[in-house]
Write a protein that binds this ligand. Sequence first.
Ligand SMILES: [Zn+2]
Length: 321
Amino acid sequence: MQLRWIAKFFAPSMALALAASPALAASHTAKHVAEHAPVNLASTHFNGNLAYEYADKFVACGPRWIGSPGHVCAENFLKQTFAKDNLEEDTFTASTPIGPLTMHNYIVRFPGKKDGVIVVASHYETNYWLRNTSFVGANDGGATVGLLVELGNLLRGSTLNGYSVWLVFFDGEESIQSKWTDQDSLYGSRHLAARWERDGTLKRIRAYMLTDMIGDKDLDICRESNSTPWLEDLIYKAAQQDGYAQYFFENSNFVEDDQLPFVKRGVPTADIIDIDYGPRSMMHPDGYHHTPEDTMDKISAHSLTVSGQTVLTTIHLLDQR
Ligand SMILES: [Zn+2]
């Protein structure tokens, strides 16, 4: 993701608020749900410890830039994890600054009784331009893969009473070159949003929740200003219901992320993201973000419980609408 520090859409009042804020100026495979047990989301609890364990296993693949052995390992992790589910491998060729690259999104579908789909997404790869570092993206891609895997455990079973829920793992979220541009970023989400627009799938999506960097031990999820206000409000309501409101929406920011291709096409969308990650310094103006410091010790099971439970409760609230 890319934070629009000097964004063209930046509200002056928010720029002042940011300037005034020092914090912002700068091998567990147990399934909770038996194979054919009915799934009741209202009484289901998200297990952040398990989500952390899945993230830990996934991040152990090492750097997973496109073309690396770590990327193959990451893909195999997803294929094995969802081997018994309805898993689609969405392969496409992206035109990048270093030439055409083959990329792979993964989509896991859990069917529901209500007509419509809720999408929960994360990207899973790490940055090509950081390939010569030890960057493993524990919070940036890793944590939310763990979150989605645990969510899958809770959705697996018989048909859901509410909407179908689809988990999407995007490839190519990060830019190939170090300078982020509209053309060099968001490859997987741009591809899938365009494909789903062509085949009519987008019309079926009732809500699209993107998760990114929300395993941070010091969790402060921002209200993302490109996102759909009513869906952000519903997420806040879910957080309040679970007693987690203090982790949400103290600050607002415009973030460029895998939500944008869907926002542009009118899909109700929320980017659930914590852009404030680690201490900022002259050397690291963006804290741990995109540095070798983004490791598993910077994320916590508790933060994943907060994030995951809030997503789960939001799905439940969406089902009741
Ligand atoms: Zn990133």
